[in-house]
Design a protein around this ligand. Structure first.
Ligand code: IMP
Length: 426
């Protein structure tokens, strides 16, 4: 039975939430494996519009067990609020579980994320300020506290005490801030622990059991390939791996277990936060895309930078993730344009290059070289069959398919589950 990794192929916000929610109707398990509440996965269904930050987008499927894997950074307050909101909307959350290996976002992580951004000044990354970078930094530095530690107040306090001493030294002596109180953190986090106890477990065992039962498992990516700390536009990246490979590390699945790597591509490009984006449109066309598509961050509300589809970056993303299927989202946003551009190569110091430079400074110097395709200038949001798309829209999708070098399986032409064209079987 298949294990399918659903991966953001650009700079995040590709519409993974909608696709996961759709596929979850036939899945037994959906697992988040990276990031934290920096993610904002939008799902629109008959219960309303939801922006999920931590809970997998499979939560609306009566069939799916939803796991938050060890690779996710957990802000307990955000998790509990999300559970509450879902319950208030009539969504059952009895099949949600959190890995006991997942790291906790602590109050000092949130503070330091903001303070570091201020310190960087003009070189700020434009983080979501959710404490993600500091939490993953502490995980690597062996200074993290895991959800499993929350289950015993004494263990939690023993673990926190020396770490907080160190963090308070940094807060007071580096940033000139007030120290945080051990008692306050222990008090609030032990309450979280009581509420979270029912959800915390060794999720890798549950995954193993699901594999043994031949279950269908979806691995729900967060952020996007070009934000990966190794292969993205470092240092303008996030701090955990959004790649298909990251799905193994963030769940405890062995690499041979993943059968499909499905890349989610928006029909154009967006990016939120700083860092190079070769096809960014700073003028009117970019504004038109932003307003037409309401391209504002689901987590921070920041306006997203918009631009044409970058096929150089897309090929790179396909290679890094080994995509064997692609999904094109938001095709309908391009309905209004008389012609549509795709960057097929870059111009760098007068030379044409076809690869995505590994160095961010070099990438920032690249100028996109465009192919221009005719637009279709008619609405596509009501269309459900590929054959019924306007000829130019089919041509656009086929062009992307060729250039990404992997078959397009689904095309999304609107926010709701129904607004999806199944081009090829998964
Ligand atoms: P952080 O993950 O909050 O540390 O932010 C690092 C970079 O990743 C910033 O440029 C953010 O805007 C970007 N980022 C983080 N999460 C998302 C997301 O879910 N969608 C798009 N960009 C994101």
């Amino acid at each position: 039975m298949p294990v399918i990794a659903i991966i953001g192929a650009q700079w995040g916000d590709e519409g993974k939430g909608k696709i996961v929610e759709l596929l979850a109707q036939d899945a037994d398990m959906v697992i988040r494996f990276s990031g934290g509440d920096n993610a904002g996965h939008t799902v629109v269904n008959k219960l309303g519009e939801f922006k999920l930050h931590l809970i997998p987008s499979g939560i609306f499927s009566p069939r799916a067990t939803c796991l938050i894997g060890n690779g996710v950074a957990i802000n307990p307050r955000v998790f509990l609020d999300e559970i509450d909101q879902l319950n208030k909307s009539g969504v059952t959350t009895s099949k949600v579980f959190i890995s006991d290996h997942a790291h906790l976002i602590m109050p000092y992580h949130l503070l330091i994320d903001g303070l570091e951004e201020q310190r960087r000044g003009g070189q700020a990354i434009g983080t979501t300020r959710k404490g993600i970078g500091p939490t993953f930094a502490d995980k690597a530095a062996r200074l993290g506290i895991r959800t499993g530690d929350l289950l015993d107040k004494d263990i939690f306090t023993q673990r926190l005490r020396p770490i907080l001493e160190y963090k308070n030294t940094i807060l007071t002596q580096v940033y000139g801030e007030k120290p945080l109180s051990l008692e306050d953190i222990v008090s609030s986090y032990s309450q979280y622990g009581e509420h979270l106890a029912a959800y915390i477990t060794d999720t890798s065992l549950m995954i193993d059991e699901a594999l043994g039962n031949n279950n269908i498992i979806l691995l729900e990516g967060a952020q996007g390939t070009l934000l990966d700390p190794d292969f993205g536009t470092y240092p303008y990246t996030t701090s955990s791996s959004p790649l298909a490979g990251g799905a193994c590390i963030g769940t405890g699945l062995g690499p041979t277990r993943i059968n499909h790597s499905l890349g989610i591509f928006k029909a154009y490009c967006t990016r939120v936060g700083a860092g190079p984006m070769p096809t960014e449109l700073k003028g009117e066309t970019g504004n038109i895309i932003r307003e037409q598509a309401h391209e504002y961050g689901a987590t921070t509300g920041r306006p997203r930078r918009c631009g044409w589809f970058d096929a150089v970056a897309a090929r790179y993303s396909s290679r890094i993730n080994g995509f064997n299927g692609a999904v094109i989202t938001r095709l309908d946003i391009l309905d209004i344009f008389p012609s549509i551009k795709i960057a097929t190569s870059y111009k760098l110091d007068g030379e044409i290059i076809n690869y995505f430079p590994s160095n961010t400074t070099t990438l920032a110097k690249c100028q996109p070289v465009y192919e221009e395709l005719p637009g279709w200038q008619t609405s596509t949001s009501h269309i459900r069959q590929f054959e019924e798309l306007p000829r130019e829209a089919k041509q656009y999708v086929s062009y992307l398919e060729k250039i990404i070098n992997c078959p397009v399986k689904l095309i999304s032409v609107g926010a709701s589950r129904e607004q999806t064209i199944k081009k090829a079987p998964l």
